[in-house]
Write a protein that binds this ligand. Structure first.
Ligand code: UT7
Length: 310
Protein backbone atom coordinates (compact mmCIF):
# COMPACT_ATOMS: atom_id res chain seq x y z
CA UNK A 1 0.00 0.00 0.00
CA UNK A 2 1.52 3.33 -1.05
CA UNK A 3 1.23 6.27 1.32
CA UNK A 4 0.81 9.75 -0.13
CA UNK A 5 -0.54 13.19 0.68
CA UNK A 6 -4.29 13.61 0.11
CA UNK A 7 -4.76 17.02 1.72
CA UNK A 8 -2.55 19.87 2.82
CA UNK A 9 -2.80 23.28 4.47
CA UNK A 10 -0.69 25.92 6.17
CA UNK A 11 -0.86 28.80 8.61
CA UNK A 12 1.46 31.77 8.74
CA UNK A 13 1.19 34.51 11.37
CA UNK A 14 0.18 37.90 10.00
CA UNK A 15 2.94 39.97 11.59
CA UNK A 16 5.86 40.59 9.23
CA UNK A 17 9.27 41.45 10.65
CA UNK A 18 11.57 42.85 7.98
CA UNK A 19 15.36 43.01 7.94
CA UNK A 20 15.01 46.75 8.47
CA UNK A 21 13.09 46.04 11.68
CA UNK A 22 15.96 43.83 12.88
CA UNK A 23 18.52 46.51 12.08
CA UNK A 24 16.93 48.46 14.93
CA UNK A 25 17.43 45.62 17.41
CA UNK A 26 20.82 44.05 16.61
CA UNK A 27 24.01 45.08 14.81
CA UNK A 28 23.08 43.77 11.36
CA UNK A 29 22.07 45.02 7.94
CA UNK A 30 19.52 44.14 5.31
CA UNK A 31 22.40 43.74 2.87
CA UNK A 32 24.22 41.20 5.10
CA UNK A 33 21.09 39.17 5.78
CA UNK A 34 20.03 39.05 2.14
CA UNK A 35 23.41 38.16 0.69
CA UNK A 36 24.29 35.56 3.37
CA UNK A 37 20.86 33.96 3.76
CA UNK A 38 18.40 35.14 1.10
CA UNK A 39 15.96 36.22 3.83
CA UNK A 40 14.05 39.50 3.43
CA UNK A 41 11.38 39.09 6.08
CA UNK A 42 9.82 36.52 8.39
CA UNK A 43 6.48 36.00 10.15
CA UNK A 44 6.32 36.21 13.93
CA UNK A 45 3.36 34.94 15.95
CA UNK A 46 1.73 37.23 18.51
CA UNK A 47 1.93 36.44 22.22
CA UNK A 48 -1.55 34.94 22.29
CA UNK A 49 -0.79 32.43 19.50
CA UNK A 50 1.20 29.42 20.65
CA UNK A 51 2.52 26.45 18.73
CA UNK A 52 -0.62 24.35 19.16
CA UNK A 53 -2.80 27.21 17.83
CA UNK A 54 -0.80 27.41 14.61
CA UNK A 55 -0.81 23.61 14.34
CA UNK A 56 -4.58 23.57 14.75
CA UNK A 57 -5.18 26.24 12.08
CA UNK A 58 -3.03 24.35 9.56
CA UNK A 59 -4.58 20.99 10.48
CA UNK A 60 -8.14 22.22 9.95
CA UNK A 61 -7.22 23.33 6.42
CA UNK A 62 -5.45 20.06 5.60
CA UNK A 63 -8.36 17.90 6.77
CA UNK A 64 -10.87 19.95 4.82
CA UNK A 65 -8.57 19.94 1.77
CA UNK A 66 -8.53 16.12 2.01
CA UNK A 67 -12.34 16.07 2.04
CA UNK A 68 -12.37 14.40 5.45
CA UNK A 69 -13.58 15.24 8.94
CA UNK A 70 -11.49 15.19 12.09
CA UNK A 71 -13.11 11.90 13.13
CA UNK A 72 -11.49 10.20 10.12
CA UNK A 73 -8.00 10.82 11.49
CA UNK A 74 -6.47 7.83 13.29
CA UNK A 75 -3.07 9.21 14.23
CA UNK A 76 -1.72 12.74 14.71
CA UNK A 77 2.03 13.26 14.49
CA UNK A 78 3.39 16.72 15.29
CA UNK A 79 6.98 17.53 14.40
CA UNK A 80 8.14 20.42 16.57
CA UNK A 81 10.95 21.60 18.82
CA UNK A 82 8.85 24.43 20.25
CA UNK A 83 5.89 22.73 21.95
CA UNK A 84 3.58 24.82 24.17
CA UNK A 85 5.08 22.87 27.10
CA UNK A 86 7.09 19.62 27.43
CA UNK A 87 3.81 17.79 27.95
CA UNK A 88 1.04 17.28 27.06
CA UNK A 89 2.16 16.95 23.48
CA UNK A 90 1.10 19.49 20.88
CA UNK A 91 -0.52 16.53 19.11
CA UNK A 92 -2.86 15.98 22.08
CA UNK A 93 -3.77 19.69 22.23
CA UNK A 94 -4.55 19.65 18.50
CA UNK A 95 -6.52 16.42 18.84
CA UNK A 96 -8.77 18.04 21.44
CA UNK A 97 -9.31 21.22 19.40
CA UNK A 98 -10.08 19.30 16.25
CA UNK A 99 -12.34 16.85 18.05
CA UNK A 100 -10.29 14.07 16.47
CA UNK A 101 -11.54 11.61 19.05
CA UNK A 102 -10.46 8.53 17.12
CA UNK A 103 -6.83 9.55 16.83
CA UNK A 104 -3.75 8.52 18.74
CA UNK A 105 -1.40 11.47 19.14
CA UNK A 106 2.31 12.09 19.60
CA UNK A 107 5.03 14.64 18.99
CA UNK A 108 8.38 13.86 17.43
CA UNK A 109 11.52 15.96 17.69
CA UNK A 110 13.93 15.89 14.80
CA UNK A 111 14.32 19.66 14.47
CA UNK A 112 14.26 20.92 10.89
CA UNK A 113 14.16 17.34 9.55
CA UNK A 114 11.06 16.72 11.68
CA UNK A 115 8.50 16.80 8.89
CA UNK A 116 10.48 14.18 6.95
CA UNK A 117 10.60 11.98 10.07
CA UNK A 118 6.87 12.55 10.59
CA UNK A 119 5.93 11.64 7.03
CA UNK A 120 8.01 8.48 7.09
CA UNK A 121 6.52 7.44 10.44
CA UNK A 122 3.04 7.97 9.00
CA UNK A 123 3.97 5.96 5.94
CA UNK A 124 4.95 2.97 8.07
CA UNK A 125 1.54 2.87 9.77
CA UNK A 126 -0.27 3.30 6.46
CA UNK A 127 1.78 0.71 4.56
CA UNK A 128 1.12 -1.93 7.19
CA UNK A 129 -2.60 -1.20 7.03
CA UNK A 130 -2.63 -0.16 10.70
CA UNK A 131 -4.03 3.30 10.06
CA UNK A 132 -5.69 4.81 7.01
CA UNK A 133 -5.62 8.57 7.61
CA UNK A 134 -2.66 10.08 9.44
CA UNK A 135 -2.30 13.81 10.08
CA UNK A 136 1.31 15.03 10.01
CA UNK A 137 2.00 18.58 11.20
CA UNK A 138 5.20 20.60 11.10
CA UNK A 139 4.95 23.62 13.39
CA UNK A 140 7.32 26.01 15.13
CA UNK A 141 7.12 29.11 17.21
CA UNK A 142 10.87 29.70 17.06
CA UNK A 143 10.43 33.32 18.13
CA UNK A 144 9.96 32.14 21.72
CA UNK A 145 13.38 30.44 21.84
CA UNK A 146 15.22 33.10 19.81
CA UNK A 147 17.65 35.42 21.58
CA UNK A 148 16.73 38.71 19.94
CA UNK A 149 20.09 40.14 21.02
CA UNK A 150 22.09 37.45 19.18
CA UNK A 151 22.61 38.52 15.59
CA UNK A 152 23.96 35.06 14.68
CA UNK A 153 20.51 33.55 15.10
CA UNK A 154 17.93 36.36 15.43
CA UNK A 155 17.97 37.13 11.72
CA UNK A 156 17.37 33.55 10.58
CA UNK A 157 14.17 32.21 12.06
CA UNK A 158 10.42 32.61 11.71
CA UNK A 159 7.14 31.07 12.91
CA UNK A 160 4.64 28.98 10.97
CA UNK A 161 2.81 25.70 10.52
CA UNK A 162 1.73 23.31 7.81
CA UNK A 163 -0.09 20.00 7.89
CA UNK A 164 -0.63 17.09 5.54
CA UNK A 165 -3.16 14.29 5.66
CA UNK A 166 -1.47 11.10 4.54
CA UNK A 167 -3.40 8.05 3.37
CA UNK A 168 -3.18 5.17 0.89
CA UNK A 169 -2.92 6.44 -2.69
CA UNK A 170 -3.10 4.76 -6.07
CA UNK A 171 -0.34 2.50 -7.35
CA UNK A 172 2.80 4.31 -8.41
CA UNK A 173 1.95 7.47 -6.45
CA UNK A 174 2.92 8.58 -2.95
CA UNK A 175 6.25 8.02 -1.22
CA UNK A 176 8.65 6.26 -3.60
CA UNK A 177 11.66 6.24 -1.31
CA UNK A 178 13.09 7.91 1.77
CA UNK A 179 16.23 8.39 3.75
CA UNK A 180 16.46 9.35 7.41
CA UNK A 181 19.67 9.85 9.33
CA UNK A 182 21.26 11.29 12.43
CA UNK A 183 24.68 12.15 13.78
CA UNK A 184 24.62 12.98 17.48
CA UNK A 185 28.32 13.87 17.35
CA UNK A 186 27.16 17.16 15.84
CA UNK A 187 24.64 17.88 18.62
CA UNK A 188 26.95 20.58 19.98
CA UNK A 189 26.62 22.66 16.81
CA UNK A 190 22.91 23.44 17.13
CA UNK A 191 20.87 23.16 20.31
CA UNK A 192 18.61 24.98 22.72
CA UNK A 193 19.87 26.10 26.09
CA UNK A 194 17.42 28.81 27.02
CA UNK A 195 17.65 30.10 23.48
CA UNK A 196 18.91 28.64 20.20
CA UNK A 197 22.71 28.28 20.18
CA UNK A 198 24.30 27.68 16.80
CA UNK A 199 27.69 27.26 15.21
CA UNK A 200 26.55 28.53 11.84
CA UNK A 201 29.69 27.62 9.92
CA UNK A 202 29.63 23.96 11.03
CA UNK A 203 25.91 23.60 10.36
CA UNK A 204 26.40 25.21 6.97
CA UNK A 205 29.11 22.74 5.92
CA UNK A 206 27.09 19.78 7.14
CA UNK A 207 23.95 21.03 5.42
CA UNK A 208 25.52 21.59 2.03
CA UNK A 209 26.98 18.09 2.03
CA UNK A 210 24.00 16.28 3.50
CA UNK A 211 21.23 17.95 1.51
CA UNK A 212 22.89 17.01 -1.76
CA UNK A 213 23.73 13.47 -0.70
CA UNK A 214 20.28 12.71 0.69
CA UNK A 215 18.53 14.11 -2.37
CA UNK A 216 20.65 11.97 -4.69
CA UNK A 217 20.17 8.95 -2.44
CA UNK A 218 16.35 9.03 -2.54
CA UNK A 219 16.37 9.47 -6.30
CA UNK A 220 18.55 6.37 -6.68
CA UNK A 221 16.53 4.37 -4.14
CA UNK A 222 13.39 5.15 -6.15
CA UNK A 223 15.08 3.81 -9.30
CA UNK A 224 15.01 7.27 -10.87
CA UNK A 225 17.58 9.64 -12.32
CA UNK A 226 18.02 13.39 -11.80
CA UNK A 227 16.13 13.96 -15.07
CA UNK A 228 13.00 12.43 -13.55
CA UNK A 229 12.79 15.08 -10.80
CA UNK A 230 10.10 17.67 -11.47
CA UNK A 231 10.41 19.73 -8.32
CA UNK A 232 12.77 20.15 -5.38
CA UNK A 233 11.40 21.33 -2.03
CA UNK A 234 14.39 21.80 0.25
CA UNK A 235 14.35 22.91 3.88
CA UNK A 236 14.26 26.71 3.70
CA UNK A 237 17.24 27.54 5.91
CA UNK A 238 19.51 29.56 3.70
CA UNK A 239 19.37 30.21 -0.04
CA UNK A 240 23.06 29.32 -0.41
CA UNK A 241 22.48 25.86 1.10
CA UNK A 242 19.36 25.37 -1.01
CA UNK A 243 21.20 26.41 -4.17
CA UNK A 244 23.91 23.84 -3.46
CA UNK A 245 21.33 21.04 -3.39
CA UNK A 246 19.63 22.34 -6.53
CA UNK A 247 22.92 22.38 -8.39
CA UNK A 248 23.72 18.87 -7.17
CA UNK A 249 20.48 17.74 -8.83
CA UNK A 250 21.25 19.86 -11.90
CA UNK A 251 17.79 21.41 -11.76
CA UNK A 252 16.90 24.81 -13.26
CA UNK A 253 16.06 27.58 -10.78
CA UNK A 254 12.33 27.48 -11.45
CA UNK A 255 12.17 23.85 -10.30
CA UNK A 256 13.20 24.63 -6.74
CA UNK A 257 10.86 26.01 -4.14
CA UNK A 258 12.01 29.26 -2.57
CA UNK A 259 10.06 30.76 0.33
CA UNK A 260 13.02 31.54 2.60
CA UNK A 261 12.91 35.17 1.45
CA UNK A 262 9.39 35.65 2.85
CA UNK A 263 9.26 33.34 5.86
CA UNK A 264 12.88 32.74 6.95
CA UNK A 265 13.77 29.40 8.48
CA UNK A 266 10.65 27.91 10.09
CA UNK A 267 12.36 24.62 10.98
CA UNK A 268 10.04 21.59 10.81
CA UNK A 269 7.31 23.57 9.05
CA UNK A 270 9.44 24.99 6.26
CA UNK A 271 9.16 22.07 3.81
CA UNK A 272 5.36 21.67 4.01
CA UNK A 273 4.83 25.47 3.98
CA UNK A 274 6.84 25.60 0.75
CA UNK A 275 4.98 22.61 -0.65
CA UNK A 276 1.62 24.35 -0.14
CA UNK A 277 2.99 27.45 -1.86
CA UNK A 278 4.06 25.49 -4.95
CA UNK A 279 0.75 23.65 -5.12
CA UNK A 280 -1.13 26.94 -4.92
CA UNK A 281 1.02 28.36 -7.71
CA UNK A 282 0.29 25.28 -9.83
CA UNK A 283 3.96 24.33 -9.98
CA UNK A 284 3.32 20.77 -8.75
CA UNK A 285 0.83 18.62 -10.64
CA UNK A 286 -0.37 15.03 -10.48
CA UNK A 287 2.37 12.50 -11.22
CA UNK A 288 5.16 15.02 -10.74
CA UNK A 289 8.17 13.61 -8.89
CA UNK A 290 8.86 15.85 -5.90
CA UNK A 291 12.03 15.55 -3.84
CA UNK A 292 11.88 16.99 -0.32
CA UNK A 293 15.00 17.23 1.76
CA UNK A 294 15.76 18.64 5.18
CA UNK A 295 18.48 18.83 7.83
CA UNK A 296 18.60 20.17 11.33
CA UNK A 297 19.74 20.09 14.92
CA UNK A 298 20.64 16.70 16.28
CA UNK A 299 22.15 16.57 13.80
CA UNK A 300 19.36 15.03 11.76
CA UNK A 301 18.47 14.75 8.12
CA UNK A 302 15.72 13.31 6.00
CA UNK A 303 14.65 13.16 2.38
CA UNK A 304 11.65 11.80 0.52
CA UNK A 305 10.96 11.20 -3.16
CA UNK A 306 7.24 11.35 -3.76
CA UNK A 307 5.04 11.04 -6.81
CA UNK A 308 2.32 13.63 -6.33
CA UNK A 309 -1.36 12.69 -6.48
CA UNK A 310 -4.00 10.58 -4.75
O1 UT7 B 1 17.76 24.78 10.09
C1 UT7 B 1 19.09 24.68 10.46
C2 UT7 B 1 19.49 25.95 11.13
N1 UT7 B 1 20.73 26.53 10.83
C3 UT7 B 1 21.22 26.86 9.62
O2 UT7 B 1 20.74 26.54 8.59
C4 UT7 B 1 22.45 27.70 9.65
C5 UT7 B 1 23.49 27.32 8.65
N2 UT7 B 1 24.47 28.35 8.57
C6 UT7 B 1 24.27 29.49 7.88
O3 UT7 B 1 23.25 29.67 7.28
C7 UT7 B 1 25.39 30.52 7.85
O4 UT7 B 1 26.54 29.98 8.45
C8 UT7 B 1 25.00 31.84 8.54
C9 UT7 B 1 23.95 32.57 7.73
C10 UT7 B 1 24.48 31.60 9.94
C11 UT7 B 1 26.23 32.75 8.64
O5 UT7 B 1 26.76 32.97 7.36
P1 UT7 B 1 28.33 32.80 7.10
O6 UT7 B 1 28.56 33.19 5.70
O7 UT7 B 1 28.70 31.41 7.51
O8 UT7 B 1 28.93 33.88 8.05
P2 UT7 B 1 29.95 33.68 9.25
O9 UT7 B 1 29.30 32.96 10.38
O10 UT7 B 1 31.21 33.12 8.70
O11 UT7 B 1 30.17 35.17 9.66
C12 UT7 B 1 30.79 36.12 8.81
C13 UT7 B 1 30.81 37.48 9.50
C14 UT7 B 1 31.34 37.40 10.93
O12 UT7 B 1 32.13 38.54 11.15
P3 UT7 B 1 33.72 38.45 11.13
O13 UT7 B 1 34.08 37.47 12.19
O14 UT7 B 1 34.08 37.98 9.75
O15 UT7 B 1 34.13 39.85 11.42
C15 UT7 B 1 30.08 37.48 11.76
O16 UT7 B 1 30.32 38.03 13.03
O17 UT7 B 1 29.48 38.00 9.59
C16 UT7 B 1 29.21 38.38 10.94
N3 UT7 B 1 27.79 38.19 11.21
C17 UT7 B 1 26.87 39.15 10.96
N4 UT7 B 1 26.99 40.39 10.45
C18 UT7 B 1 25.87 41.10 10.30
C19 UT7 B 1 27.14 37.12 11.71
N5 UT7 B 1 25.84 37.35 11.78
C20 UT7 B 1 25.63 38.60 11.32
C21 UT7 B 1 24.49 39.40 11.14
N6 UT7 B 1 24.66 40.62 10.61
N7 UT7 B 1 23.25 38.97 11.44
Amino acid sequence: MNAGIIGIGRYLPEKIVTNADLEKIVDTSDEWIQTRTGIKERRIASDDIDTSDMAFFAAEKAISNAGLTALDIELIIVATVTPDSPFPSVACLVQERLGANNAAAMDIGAACAGFMYGMVTAQQFIQTGTYKNVLVIGVEKLSKITDWNDRNTAVLFGDGAAAAVMAPVSKGRGILSFELGADGVGAKHLYQDEYIIMNGREVFKFAVRQMGESAVSVIEKAGLTKDDVDFLVPHQANIRIMEASRQRLELPEEKMSKTVDKYGNTSSSSIPIALVEELEKGNIKDDDVVVMVGFGGGLTWGAIALKWGK
